[in-house]
Design a protein around this ligand. Structure first.
Ligand SMILES: Nc1nc2c(c(=O)[nH]1)N[C@H]1C(S)=C(S)[C@@H](COP(=O)(O)O)O[C@H]1N2
Ligand SMILES: [Mo]
Length: 501
């Protein structure tokens, strides 16, 4: 009786593991019942802060590929191990059915334990049972079986599993083809809840400078180009009907607000910029949209009329949490619309928080709970070493598409500048490495209190130029010259680019 693991056993186990993951994916898609989802969540939650920081700084959004790949491998490993146990039991007891049952039931229990979903767990368990059966069928009577026949059977089973993996993935993708909820922007609920939004968007857009550059963003970032930062790979899937916001903490009985309650409140359309503390100084995690929603202050006043609590822990449906002072939250906005459409899944459907002038991480998406407290606690990112709940730093950007050679040989430099609620008063441009400075032309200021401005400067090049840009905020304070990394409290320094020739 074989006691050592053979390459064949492992091959079969790997095939079973891969097929279990594929079968689960076929049954559930990228949802909470997919066996990879809880593992991914666990990996994200347990990854040490410095590693998350490095991944964000160096890999940006593709950093997600790392933890998803790891979660996939762990899931395949777990189910593969159960198949292996099944194979062993089949050999030891000389009963194939005992081994197959152990592998299948074990896998089902594991999948249920991980996801809490009973029938979708069959998606993972059935492939393990079938592959364990096909692959080890007959191996209980080793001596009567020619080795070649056993090898052929394993190879057939493994190639069959591979085919299943490919078919399951393609099948599920085909099934999901076509827009999921929130992927295609839907129009906002009817007037009065959407009244004036189109005019508002046109007004904000029309503040954009007329540029020679074809590609530079205007004052409003289109939904598809708006940056995205999520702690988890899977966006929560919450419908407006299911959604509610609960106020908890040191406020007595608490209070729950439904989506209908919320959109019955006074509606505003505000142009608001968001910037992530994790971006490089000339990075791309700065965007602006016209958001539709309602101010938070009256809700806070209704749950804590005496203003007893000073700290607000704000939580999202994805397990995200961040804490900052209640006075800061009170200035905030609860948005259910973005650029005239229903808030898309990736930006927090159905309701997100928008906090004027503070770093992106305070703008909780998929909002679920506001806990009012009197003790300071760290949020998700603060536990990982960031200090990103405060006010944004001042920045002027000069992206590639902001540098345009005009037909007369001159060069147009253009970009966006943002200083949160301090506003932008001026953008200085130097074409000689900071020796001399010229005022850039600015887009007209908007009435909105937390929005970027565009800047433009055209010059006649003479060889290569060391271009430097710096913004000056509404209080007259210039963007800090000293360079610092994004971590822990946001990148600083002036943006420098070599232009010309
Ligand atoms: N629930 C939840 N809210 C969240 C996050 C998240 O991962 N989960 N990321 C935060 C960060 S770090 C930023 S910069 C902004 C990004 O918002 P966006 O993806 O809509 O651009 O959302 C914030 N709100
Ligand atoms: Mo962020």
């Amino acid at each position: 009786m074989p006691t050592d693991l053979t390459g064949r056993d492992l091959l079969l186990a790997t095939a079973a593991g891969a097929a279990a993951v594929a079968g689960s994916y076929l049954a559930t898609g990228w949802s909470r019942s997919f066996v990879v989802s809880p593992l991914d969540q666990a990996i994200v939650n347990r990854t040490p802060g410095p590693i998350v920081t490095v991944a964000i700084e160096t890999l940006g959004d593709s950093g997600h590929l790392l933890h998803v790949a790891l979660a996939l491998a762990v899931a395949a490993g777990l189910f593969g191990a159960l198949s292996l146990v099944g194979q062993r039991i089949a050999v030891r007891t000389d009963r194939l059915s005992a081994g197959v049952a152990a592998a299948g039931v074990g896998s089902w229990l594991l999948a249920v334990g991980m996801t809490g979903a009973l029938s979708p767990a069959l998606g993972a368990a059935l492939p393990v049972a079938v592959i364990t059966a096909l692959g080890s069928g007959g191996s209980t009577s080793d001596d009567t079986q020619p080795v070649d026949a056993a090898r052929r059977r394993v190879l057939r089973t493994v190639s069959g599993s591979l085919a299943f993996v490919v078919a399951a993935v393609i099948g599920r993708e085909a099934f999901e083809a076509g827009p999921g909820p929130g992927e295609t922007p839907e129009p906002l609920p009817d007037a009065p809840r959407s009244e004036g939004v189109e005019t508002r968007i046109r007004d904000v857009e029309s503040a954009s400078l007329t540029l020679e550059s074809d590609d530079l963003l205007g004052m409003v970032s289109p939904i598809g180009e708006f940056y995205n930062v999520d702690i988890a790979q899977l966006d929560p899937d919450v419908t407006a009907a299911e959604w509610s916001l609960t106020f908890t903490g040191e406020i007595g009985p608490g209070r729950t607000v439904t989506f209908d309650d919320l959109i019955d409140r006074p509606v505003e359309h505000r142009a608001i910029s968001l910037r992530c503390v994790g971006e490089r100084v000339n990075g791309r995690k700065l965007d602006t949209a016209v958001w539709t929603g309602t101010p938070i202050r009256p809700l806070l006043e209704s749950v804590d009329p005496a203003g007893d609590c000073h700290c607000a822990m704000v939580r999202g449906e994805d397990g995200y949490y961040v804490q900052f002072p209640v006075e800061v939250l009170a200035e905030g906005f609860l948005a259910w619309g973005m650029n005239g459409k229903v808030l898309p899944t990736g930006h927090g459907h159905p309701v997100r928080v928008l906090i004027p002038g503070h770093w992106g991480e305070t703008n909780v998406k998929w909002l679920s709970e506001i806990e009012l407290l009197n003790v300071e606690e760290d949020g998700y990112w603060e536990e990982r070493g960031w200090e990103g709940t405060g006010e944004v730093k001042t920045v002027a950007k000069l992206w590639d598409e902001g540098i345009t050679e005009l037909s007369d040989g001159r060069i147009e430099l253009a970009g966006h500048a943002y200083a949160g609620t301090r506003g932008i008063e001026r953008v200085d441009v130097s074409t000689d490495g900071g020796g001399s400075w010229t005022d850039a032309v600015l887009s007209d200021p908007l009435p909105d209190g937390d929005v970027w401005r565009q800047w433009r400067h055209v010059f006649d090049p003479d060889g290569t130029h060391d271009v430097v840009v710096r913004a000056v905020d509404g209080a007259g304070t210039a963007q800090a010259r000293e360079q610092s990394d994004p971590s822990p409290s946001g990148a600083s320094g002036w943006v420098r680019r070599t232009v010309g020739e």
